[in-house]
Design a protein around this ligand. Structure first.
Ligand code: ADP
Length: 599
């Protein structure tokens, strides 16, 4: 059962107050009783003494019972007490409360305790019930040297209720004072417990808020005592905790910012395999949100990775695991799984996921490229070697045949030279840096120039070159020679592969913020399934025909690089047997200041 602090405090006050007051009442009561009895007794004793001296002095003639009784009546009247005179044998000779006529009937008093004591010690007292008067009396007796010339005893009797009444009045007052004191103790207890419990309650509320993570509350400073010391300590603790919390939050945010800035996916698990921390990259790679509770085993199916996490978090063994994801896109990953915490007591594992998809792709591209280059070079080299060997061996070769062979060697050497030139071009374009000097030039002008250069080829190929150019200059910014070479390449292809048609059209459309150049031929076109790949290096629709026509398979790849690094886009539209249309865009120079580079 819960007993409130206030109740306990009140109960303690009540107990202590009760004990103190009880002690006070009992002690004081008994002390006062003794004191009052003594005071009354002394007074009555003095009055008895006075009466005795008066009798002994012989102020009254007490030798006759009439005189003795009268004397007793008078003194009793004056002092308000009962007085009895006895002779030395204890016979009553006068009594203020008994008529003279009845004195003979009063029994002998010699056996009364006060009389016996008075005769023995000179003074006697006794308190008892009086059969004569019918209530408790307090008796005092003293021997008289000469009551009327005779030895005897004088006795005074007072109703003991006189003492009791005074005492009970005093006791009533004591009880009243005690009750008042008790009420005061209760009120004081209630008042002090109210302020005390209020302060303790305030501290309890503050401590509870601290426990819930709210460190803003503070205990009000009250009186300077132990409770206020406790309050100050609590406030100090609140300050420290708040400071620590801010610091921890800052450090956590800092860590999260660093983690989120990483390209690699990071995941931290506890010893039970629950994921406790992830970064943005991890959430993107695995398509999960970092909010919910997640177990590593429910997220990953790869047994090697799960095994690595267990090994790291329980046996402090670091591992590197390769894994593949197929959903939502295919991804190759390499995970470095390491132990978190001290090696002898690991607290979990940290896994860093590197996306190696691009790396693997690049590696494949590099391998393909080397294989393609080797292959492209090997064909002419083998041919050249064959012809040269034949020429060396057969001395009897006719001069005409020799010439044919040498021409073939030359053609293959040219092809190799073109291949090397294209490769160098490509490599130059791929290492495009900010140091490349850009210029503004008129694209219409470039088209006209290229068309003029191709006029001879068009004539010999029986083709007509149609130009569809705007009248006004169209300014673009970039490397003039590269844009011209891209245009050359596309027109050359149109002539090479579209020779069956009647014409090739070069048009320039001036659009809002960019220009679009289109080279359209009437050749056989490009099959749809080849179209997405023709911009790849060494990709040809018809390898044999391309070689025959002196192609290297690098032309469109070079054009694509040039367009893209100028901020443009290139694409092809073609229906089999209906020619091909190559389009590329370049950003237009808006608000041109001073056009240059028109050559
Ligand atoms: P190549 O040196 O073989 O011409 P390109 O990169 O310039 O290399 O072209 C790649 C391939 O695209 C060519 O081999 C050819 O098959 C196809 N191609 C390019 N232009 C055209 C076109 N105008 N018409 C049909 N096919 C084309």
């Amino acid at each position: 059962m819960r007993v409130s602090l206030r109740l306990k405090w009140m109960a303690a006050h009540l107990l202590v107050g009760s004990l103190v007051l009880l002690f006070f009442v009992l002690f004081l009561g008994s002390q006062l009783e003794g004191y009052f009895e003594e005071r009354f007794e002394n007074r009555w004793k003095r009055e008895l003494e006075l009466a005795r001296e008066f009798v002994e002095a012989g102020g009254e003639d007490l030798r006759t019972p009439v005189a003795a009784d009268r004397w007793a009546d008078r003194v009793g009247d004056l002092l308000g007490m009962r007085f009895t005179l006895m002779d030395s044998a204890g016979r009553v000779i006068g009594d203020s409360e008994v008529d003279l006529s009845r004195l003979q009937e009063v029994e002998n008093h010699s056996d009364r305790p006060e009389v016996i004591e008075a005769l023995a010690t000179g003074f006697g007292k006794s308190r008892r019930y009086s059969t004569t008067v019918g209530f408790d009396l307090f008796y005092l007796a003293a021997p008289i040297g000469s009551p009327g010339g005779l030895g005897g005893i004088i006795r005074a009797a007072v109703p003991s209720s006189e003492i009791d009444e005074s005492l009970s009045e005093i006791k009533r007052l004591i009880w009243l004072a005690t009750g008042f004191g008790f009420a005061l103790v209760l009120i004081a207890g209630y008042a002090t417990s109210a302020s005390l419990t209020e302060r303790v309650k305030q501290m309890a509320v503050t401590a509870k808020l601290f426990a819930q993570g709210d460190f803003s509350n503070r205990v009000a400073s009250g009186a300077d005592d132990e409770i206020s010391d406790l309050g100050k300590a609590l406030n100090q603790m609140g300050d420290d905790l708040q400071r620590s919390l801010v610091q921890i939050t800052q450090e956590r945010d800092q860590l999260q910012t660093i983690l989120d800035g990483m390209v690699e996916g990071v995941m931290v698990t506890d010893r039970s395999g629950n994921i406790v921390l992830t970064n943005n990259s991890f959430e993107q790679i695995f398509q999960v949100s970092g909010d919910g509770d997640l177990e590593a085993s429910s997220l990953f199916r790869d047994p090697d990775l799960l095994e690595a996490l267990i090994c790291a978090s329980r046996q402090s063994i670091d591992t590197v695991v390769s894994l593949e994801l197929s959903n939502p896109v295919r991804k190759a990953l390499k995970a470095h799984v390491a132990t978190l915490g001290p090696a002898d007591e690991p607290v979990g594992a940290v896994a860093v996921f590197h996306d190696t998809t691009e790396l693997q792709h690049l590696e494949k591209v590099r391998r393909d490229f080397v294989a393609n280059v080797s292959h492209e070079l090997r064909t002419p080299l083998t041919a050249i070697k064959g012809y040269v060997e034949t020429l060396l061996d057969a001395s009897a070769i006719e001069a005409e045949q020799k010439n044919t062979f040498l021409n073939k060697v030359l053609r293959h050497a040219d092809r190799m030279a073109k291949l090397v030139d294209d490769l160098l071009n490509l490599s130059k374009l791929e290492s495009f840096g900010p140091e490349t000097e850009l210029e503004q030039f008129d694209l219409t002008n470039v088209c006209l120039r290229v068309a003029e250069n191709f006029s001879g080829l068009f004539r010999t190929s029986n083709l007509e070159l149609k130009l569809n150019l705007p009248d006004a200059p169209v300014l673009v910014q970039g490397v003039h020679a590269e844009v011209e070479s891209a245009l050359n390449n596309l027109i050359e292809n149109a002539v090479k592969y579209g020779g069956e048609g009647e014409n090739v059209t070069v048009s320039l459309a001036d659009l809002d913020d960019h220009v679009q150049v289109s080279i359209v031929d009437q050749g056989p076109g490009i099959p749809v399934d080849h179209q997405p790949r023709i911009f790849e290096r060494f990709y040809r629709v018809d390898r044999g025909r391309s070689r025959e026509l002196g192609g290297t398979g690098l032309g469109l790849s070079i054009v694509k690089h040039i367009v893209q690094r100028h901020g443009g886009r290139i694409w092809v539209e073609s229906n089999l047997g209906q020619g091909a249309a190559f389009h590329f865009t370049l950003p237009r120079v808006l608000n041109a200041q001073a056009p240059s580079g028109n050559q």
